[in-house]
Design a protein around this ligand. Structure first.
Ligand code: NAP
Length: 263
């Protein structure tokens, strides 16, 4: 059992809720964050009953630039020390860049770039002082894949993949491991939110993973100090085979085979 606490964003569903269950089973105390407070409270009650851990919740919309500071201030006010950060909250829009409002696009960047970076920046000093920390940033197989038309998502997840490795290089000597976790298609609510459930359900089953497998592999990777984790054999083959492919061919593949093409 651990006396450490994990802050998990996007814990109301999918991979984030699975991380909460996995870390609760290992004895971590939890601070769960997402917008849907009812879901967070139900999960917190379930996990504290089942594992006897402390499980706090904090409802926040991470597209709000004030949210990262509010979360960390709330933790400090409650006497919660953050030893593990799972930067997981995210979604993909399915809209055309030129036809989408700047507020919507800025919200995606705030949620998956700025909040991810700011939360890490706010919890790292305490981790450094204590000489121990674990940060998992949810990137995606999309970071290695051909670009998808209209999507900020592939660019955003490429940022997360790259910056996680930079942070790991700087922080590992201080006992802090940082891992970019890069899942492929994972069973969750992601495609319901994106509005692509129809096309997603036509993809072959071999491409899909359960969130439990993603989380198990991701947590093992950060524990062992591996800065990049592509979970699952099929995803590893895809990510490795994409690297030597010239940009022009990647562009063509992205344009031709995107199952979520947008008009
Ligand atoms: N599923 C996949 O195929 C897949 C593949 C690669 C990478 N990923 C990445 O994995 C992460 C988790 O996705 P998932 O598959 O678990 O999707 P999901 O089931 O839709 O869960 C997304 C989580 O993010 C939270 N969230 C979304 N917008 C938010 C906001 N503005 N403020 C606070 N929380 C917000 C949601 O909570 P509320 O709605 O309650 O706020 C929810 O808890 C994402 O970063 C995603 O990009 C997913």
């Amino acid at each position: 059992m651990s006396n450490r606490t994990a802050l998990i964003t996007g814990a109301s569903a999918g991979i984030g809720a699975t991380f909460a269950r996995h870390l609760a089973a290992e004895g971590y105390s939890l601070l769960l964050v997402a917008r849907r407070a009812d879901r967070l409270d139900a999960l917190a009650a379930e996990l504290s009953d089942e594992y006897g851990i402390r499980c706090d919740t904090f409802a926040a919309d991470l597209t709000d630039p004030a949210a990262p500071a509010a979360i960390v201030d709330h933790a400090a006010a409650q006497g919660i020390t953050i030893d593990v950060l799972i930067n997981n909250a995210g979604l993909s829009g399915k809209t055309k860049f030129a036809e989408t409002s700047w507020e919507t696009l800025a919200g995606e960047i705030q949620l998956m770039v700025t909040a991810v970076t700011e939360l890490a920046h706010r919890v790292v000093p305490g981790m450094k002082e204590r000489g121990w920390g674990r940060i998992v940033n949810l990137s995606s197989l999309a970071a290695f894949s051909p670009p998808g038309a209209s999507l900020l998502y592939t660019g955003i997840k490429s940022y997360v993949l790259n910056v996680s490795q930079s942070l790991d290089m700087e922080l590992k000597p201080h006992g802090i491991h940082v891992t970019a976790l890069c899942p492929g298609f994972t069973h969750s609510e992601f495609h319901d939110v994106m509005g692509t459930r129809g096309s997603a359900s036509r993809l072959p089953g071999i491409l899909w993973q359960d969130p439990q497998d993603v989380v198990r592999e991701g947590w093992d990777a950060v524990s062992k100090g591996r800065p990049v984790c592509v979970p699952g054999t099929v995803n590893k083959i895809v990510s490795n085979s994409m690297r030597p492919v010239p940009f022009r061919l990647q562009y063509f593949l992205g344009k031709t085979f995107n199952p979520f093409r947008n008009g």
